[in-house]
Design a protein around this ligand. Structure first.
Ligand code: PLP
Length: 447
């Protein structure tokens, strides 16, 4: 495969973009693929190589690179009318109405410009609402590039996970292991009356994809209710993907106080949103006293794209298609792993999939009883004790092998996967059974 032009572009980029990229995860080894254009479920790179694309913009592209006609028309019409105004437009109201109609916990919505901005604003709102400073997050969870959540360690010895964040920020953030109800009870026993909110991805989707164990979110809900804290679901990835239009909270049957959205809600354009109960949401200025504002917030083109995206999904078999292909991928990879890499765990749900290169697990006959289409955290499964339940479990896997060998081997076979072991992969409406077949063949070879 010829990569000369991608390599040359990376070389130029290194002079003018720090690390050669505008988002750290894009700096894949040995150099990023520079995309020229998309085509359905595929991308074509600057050297003319075609790939089946499972990166899909890291989640927003529910329709792949060919947007359905009504979505294109909505985008073009909004752009042609004038890019933005800085005063309200009808489309913001309509998009918020759609979200409130479909997501169980949402009565009101505030649109912002990215998932990061959504989680920043949600944390500020929770602090303003409760008059408390501390937030609980999950180790291995991700809520964007923001000061309050780039924190690692254990409650008591937590510290910023990056340079540039004052340690005072980390003092207010308590990271606990996902799926560990006892750790959640302990942190509330010690800090209950200081905790403004628990911020959690309903499915840990930036850590190899980890499903919640039965009853975990219910425990968080109960603890928040007992202690007057808010439960905030970060559905930036899962929103309008896992559980369809009702989102992961609808699928799991747990109602958060606030939800953060991004990705799909903007139909491929920059967006974020905070949604929730009206009495909490009205804490935002000008209704309340928690300041929140943004020049580009509710951008008409992003609103038009997002609203048309969701309306199209409501009227077509979009979730059936992407979930069906997601299941076929997970089932196919499960079979290949049983044969070639029996300790590896296939993870994901709906249209998310990944393989975590776990180092230990049952082999032989026991494997036949394993979750056939991706880990569901079934306690009766022989793999249960070995499948990842926390971010740390994923970090203990063969992450280097994934990044330095496997992903590159897949790329050489024309399959584009996300840059590291931790990031999800995404099925779109444009993907086909042939893409799944081609991908499974490549897995067979690469594994
Ligand atoms: N929250 C979650 C769960 C995410 O996955 C991400 C990004 O991947 C964010 C927040 C941040 O969103 P953005 O990259 O749009 O700022």
């Amino acid at each position: 495969m010829n990569n000369d032009r991608s390599r040359a572009l990376y070389d130029r980029a290194l002079s003018v973009l720090p690390g050669g990229v505008n988002s750290s995860v894009r700096a894949t080894l040995p150099h990023p693929v520079f995309v020229d254009h998309g085509d359905g479920g595929h991308v074509i790179d600057a050297d003319g190589n075609r790939y089946v694309d499972w990166v899909m913009g890291y989640g927003p592209l529910l329709y792949g690179h060919d947007v359905p006609e009504p979505v294109t028309a909505a985008i073009q019409s909004a752009a042609a009318d004038g890019p933005m105004y800085g005063v309200p437009t009808e489309i913001e109201v309509e998009h918020a109405e759609f979200i409130a109609r479909h997501v169980p916990s949402v009565e009101q919505v505030r649109f912002v410009n990215s998932g990061t901005e959504a989680t920043v604003s949600a944390v500020r709102l929770a602090r303003g609402h409760t008059g408390r400073d501390k937030i609980v997050v999950m180790q291995g969870g991700y809520h964007g590039a923001q000061e309050s959540t780039l924190v690692e360690g254990e409650p008591g010895s937590q510290a910023p996970s990056t340079a540039g964040v004052p340690s005072e920020f980390a003092e207010h953030t308590l990271p606990i292991p996902f799926n560990d109800p006892e750790a959640a009870r302990e942190v509330f026993a010690e800090h209950g009356d200081e905790i403004a909110a628990v911020l959690v991805e309903p499915v840990l989707a930036n850590s190899g994809i980890v499903m919640p164990v039965d009853g975990y979110h219910e425990t968080l809900r109960e603890l928040c209710d007992e202690h007057g804290s808010l439960l905030v679901f970060d559905e930036v990835i899962t929103g309008f993907r896992v559980g369809g239009l009702g989102c992961a909270q609808g699928k799991l049957g747990v109602t958060p106080d606030l939800t953060t959205f991004g990705k799909i809600v903007g139909g491929g354009f920059p967006v974020g949103a905070i949604g929730g109960r009206a009495d909490v949401m009205e804490g935002f200025t000008p209704a309340g006293d928690v300041f929140q504002a943004g020049t580009f917030s509710g951008h008409p083109v992003a609103m038009a794209a997002g609203k048309a995206y969701l309306e199209y999904a409501a009227e077509h078999d979009v979730y059936e298609h992407v979930n069906d292909l997601g299941e076929k991928l997970r089932a196919g990879i499960t079979d290949i792993c049983a044969d070639q890499a029996p300790t590896y765990t296939v993870v994901g749900t709906d249209s998310l999939f990944k393989t975590v290169f776990t180092r230990e697990g049952p082999t032989g006959e026991d494997l036949e009883a394993c979750c056939p289409a991706g880990c569901t955290q079934d306690p009766d499964c022989p793999r249960y004790d070995y499948c990842p339940k926390t971010g740390a479990d994923v970090a203990r896997a063969e992450t280097d092998r994934w990044e330095r060998v496997f992903r590159q081997e897949m790329k050489e076979q024309g399959i584009l996967l996300t840059g590291n072991q931790f990031e999800s992969q995404f099925v779109s409406y444009a993907h086909t059974e042939a893409d799944v077949e081609e991908t499974l063949e490549a897995y067979k070879h690469a594994l």
